[in-house]
Design a protein around this ligand. Structure first.
Ligand code: FMN
Length: 434
């Protein structure tokens, strides 16, 4: 544990309506492309004293999945979080802007605007993105190396632009009639491998705490980039060992960049299917995935076990002896452990949650079980907090915010009141333990 308390964010991507979730009568799906939807969640998240709400984003559309659910269709993330500014007063507002497809001048201006408008609550999730090149005039997706090189340059420019019209330059002195000290407003004259940006930025720096940065991307290059620049990492770690390993890598790279490991908070996505009993939560999970086809399930089993089970009789048992070509680690571990322990039939395996498990850390169970799991990962030093990604239903979302978070607070692992009203304040409220 690097800090005494968890850092908790709430994803505004409506994951609890994915799959079949949107079809529930009370889902409110008709409001998906309106701000009301996010407003409701932001208010509930603020009532639970969360550090921030956060909108992931993609700049492309996969059309086929739209037959069944909303997929990646969404409103613009920065406009969406800007709509939350006047309806909330404490919670952090984190938007996503891609360093591969965006431009640093526009990004710097939008995020600083959000920071002013929210009085110090903005955050930026920097993503290099996985798809979408065809929408930005790029014939192919640039390589990982090229994307991270551009990301480093992009982030440096954004930070220089934020400093180019410093808060001290803003005088607003009615008596003398001096609005700004122009000696302090300087161009950045950036000429790099990808960008030429003169500056200065056309909005001053906010006269308060700085804008925290979040990063999402788990390769060695992504971890190094995060360790150099980010305050938070949105991570994809399905099991505690993967999380602990990534936390250790982040700490090692942070030290290499002369930063304290505690300065970079590791926050995996946490998929939560919550119910009054474990059976209820499992039913919710399976109902949400009801239209995942047999062939998709077989593909997932093949990815984990290395076996093409499509010709196997339904009543044949899958056993530990069948796992010679299995992919160990990460998202497949729960499934492989289940096979080794229970020797399920193929028919049984096709209907088990483990076959359909999320790439994220996932709890399918009661609030108590979720609390125990979070506590275990936190106490083991594998995480500094998490980004809640509730699944299945609005009830699962509500249980997360109205029962799980208060329990963590009661146990002393989370705040029970806000003591400030900026995102940096929330992140740095308690001094690190190391
Ligand atoms: C947990 C997680 C969340 C991500 N969220 C987004 C996102 O919202 N938008 C996006 O364009 N890319 C997103 N990405 C993709 C990353 O920005 C990055 O392009 C990708 O992971 C490849 O980099 P890597 O090899 O370092 O992981 C996400 C990646 C991870 C691991």
């Amino acid at each position: 544990m690097l800090r005494p308390k968890l850092c908790i964010g709430m994803s505004l991507a409506p994951t609890w309506l994915s799959g079949e979730g949107w079809r529930a009568p009370d889902s409110g799906i008709e409001g998906l492309y309106s701000a009301d939807f996010a407003l409701d969640i932001a208010r509930k998240a603020e009532a639970a004293h969360l550090d921030f709400v956060f909108r992931p984003d993609a700049s492309f559309l996969m059309v086929e999945p739209l037959e069944q659910s909303f997929g990646f269709s969404s409103v613009d993330p920065t406009l969406l979080v800007a709509a939350l500014v006047r309806e909330t007063s404490k919670i952090g507002l984190v938007t996503t802007i891609s360093t591969t497809f965006g431009h640093p001048y526009t990004a710097a201006r939008q995020i600083m605007s959000l920071h002013w408008m929210s009085r110090g609550r903005a955050g930026w999730n920097m993503v290099t993105a996985l798809q979408g090149n065809q929408n930005f005039g790029l014939p192919d997706m640039p390589s990982s190396e090229a994307r991270y090189a551009r990301a480093e340059e992009f982030t440096d420019i954004v930070q220089k632009l934020w400093q180019s019209f410093p808060a001290e330059a803003l005088l607003v002195d009615r008596d003398t009639g001096r609005y700004a000290d122009t000696d302090l407003i300087l161009p950045i004259n950036h000429h790099g491998a990808t960008f030429d940006v003169e500056g200065p930025l056309n909005i001053p720096e906010y006269a308060g705490p700085r804008i925290p940065l979040m990063q999402a991307g788990g390769s060695a290059m992504g971890i190094d980039y995060a360790a150099r620049t980010a305050d938070m990492v949105f991570a994809l770690t399905p099991d505690i060992d993967t999380a602990a390993k990534m936390r250790a890598q982040l700490s090692e790279r942070a030290r290499a960049h002369n930063r304290s490991p505690a300065a970079v908070r590791m926050l995996p996505g946490l998929s939560l299917y919550l119910g009054a009993t474990r059976a209820e939560a499992r039913d919710l999970f399976m109902a949400t995935h009801a239209r995942v086809t047999r062939s998709e399930r077989l593909q997932r089993l093949q990815a984990a076990t290395g076996l093409d089970l499509s010709d196997w009789p339904e009543d044949r048992h899958v056993t530990a002896a069948d796992l010679a070509q299995a992919k160990r680690g990460g998202q497949y571990d729960k499934l492989l452990r289940l096979i080794a322990a229970e020797r399920p039939t193929l028919a049984d395996l096709l209907t088990r949650p483990e076959t359909l498990a999320s790439l994220h850390w996932q709890v399918i169970g009661t609030v108590e079980e979720a609390q125990a799991e979070i506590t275990r990962w936190f106490r083991a030093g594998a995480i500094d907090g998490f980004v809640a990604v509730p699944g299945g239903s609005t009830r699962s979302l509500d249980l997360t915010l109205t029962e799980l978070i208060p329990r963590l607070a009661e146990a002393g692992l989370y705040r029970s009141e806000y003591t400030g009203d900026t995102l940096i304040h929330h992140l740095e409220e308690d001094p690190p333990l190391v």
